[in-house]
Design a protein around this ligand. Structure first.
Ligand code: NAP
Length: 362
């Protein structure tokens, strides 16, 4: 049985990070228990007691270390189980950005892209494969699709998925969600698991870490067996450990919201960029927010922005509403201006136009 896609927004309760236990307590505990012996070591005739003392010290140190040792071994085992072999397909700006954090958490990384990024990959400890057959033959636990929205279909079709393990987990991080969901469901064998995700941040906006930033996911298809559920959780846990705000949401809901949160933001950022705004000596806070918006949005590729438009059916309506909003604001201004001009031109009273207050807003 497969877990089905969700239609309502649920906030995922994060399992807080399984941070490694500090090494200090074991050593500290042993020192503490052994201290009376050390004190006795200064008594007369201590030499004859030396072998006994050494044995007791060994035993006490062992006793003291055991609980800590057990805990740290259990934590180590858990860490081991959470560790994944992840193949990133599309090793561009965003793929590399994700890889840095994956590598820091100790996952094994493989990468494949149109361009040869092998030098960069090796700095992250990732193995780069120019041939997707070689990548698939490494049998990753997870294949992460991080290619551009526009190229996703062609890239997916170029993967020899028959070389992968029979129930590999596929995850995408595309900024639109209904399109990759349908693509993955129709292109992959039915035994593959599918999770559609969207980290709602990027290299610019998450320069200082991922803590508190939203991570949207939809477990589109996860096989109902413990190992497959555990693998899905281990993948999601990567983002929980970084402190992301985990938001479980259907792909359709994501796209409806993202037209506003993302496409609108990017469109306004790109419109402002056309104005070539510059910093001035009298910047207000509002103006600085606009300058930052230009930086945040225009550092992403135009392909990404174009993908937000082409593959989210809600974007066209958003563009229409944006135009309508601009026209409405202009109309309000010009209506007032026309009233003033009419009075000046035809009623001959330049200083006291009796303009209705409802037409001119401050
Ligand atoms: P992008 O321009 O959307 O994608 C660049 C990636 O697509 C590179 O790996 C590039 O490969 C590959 N690519 C482009 N055209 C291709 C083609 N014709 N054939 C094969 N591969 C092609 O920029 P991005 O910022 O790296 O985004 C990657 C994905 O992450 C996108 O789906 C985007 O929506 C998503 N995402 C991005 C952000 C962000 O802040 N940047 C945030 C969340 C999600 P090469 O490098 O090998 O040329």
């Amino acid at each position: 049985m497969l877990s089905s896609s969700t239609s309502t927004l649920r906030l995922h309760q994060p399992n807080r990070p399984h941070r490694p236990h500090p090494a200090a307590p074991a050593a500290g505990g042993a020192t503490h228990l052994a201290s009376p012996l050390r004190w006795r070591g200064h008594a007369p005739g201590a030499a004859s007691l030396a072998p006994l003392r050494a044995r007791a010290q060994r035993i006490r140190a062992l006793d003291a270390a055991q609980p800590f040792d057990f805990e740290s071994r259990a934590a180590g085992l858990l860490e081991e189980r959470q560790r994944l072999k992840i193949a990133i397909v599309g090793f561009g700006n965003f793929g590399q950005f994700l890889a840095r954090n994956f590598a820091r958490q100790g996952h094994t990384l493989l990468a494949h892209s149109r361009t040869d990024h092998s030098a960069l990959a090796s700095t992250l400890g990732a193995s780069f494969f120019t041939d997707p057959h070689d990548l698939c033959e490494c049998h990753p636990d997870v294949v992460l699709l991080a290619t551009s929205i526009l190229s996703a279909e062609a890239v997916l079709r170029s993967l020899p998925v028959h070389r992968l393990r029979r129930n590999t987990l596929f995850v995408d991080v595309l900024s639109v969600k209904e399109f990759p969901k349908n693509l993955l469901l129709t292109s992959l064998p039915p035994d593959f698991d599918v999770i559609c995700t969207h980290p709602m941040f990027g290299p610019e906006s998450a320069r200082d870490g991922w803590d508190g930033l939203p991570f949207v996911f939809d477990k589109v298809r996860v096989g109902d067996c413990p190992a497959r559920r555990a693998r899905a959780e281990a993948f999601l846990n990567i983002f929980e450990r970084e402190g992301c705000r985990m938001v479980e949401m259907s792909c359709a809901e994501h796209d409806a919201h993202a037209a506003e949160t993302q496409f609108l933001t990017h469109t306004v950022g790109r419109m402002l960029a056309m104005l070539e705004l510059r910093s001035t000596p009298i910047n207000t806070k509002g103006y600085e927010t606009l300058l930052r918006l230009v930086d945040n949005t225009c550092s992403d590729s135009f392909d990404l922005y174009n993908g937000l438009f082409m593959y989210n059916k809600n974007s066209t309506e958003l563009l229409n509403r944006l135009e309508w909003a601009m026209d409405s604001v202009k109309k309000k201004l010009f209506d007032g201006l026309h009233d003033v001009l009419r009075k000046q031109l035809f009623e001959g009273s330049p200083h006291a136009p009796n303009v209705s207050s409802s037409n001119v807003r401050k």
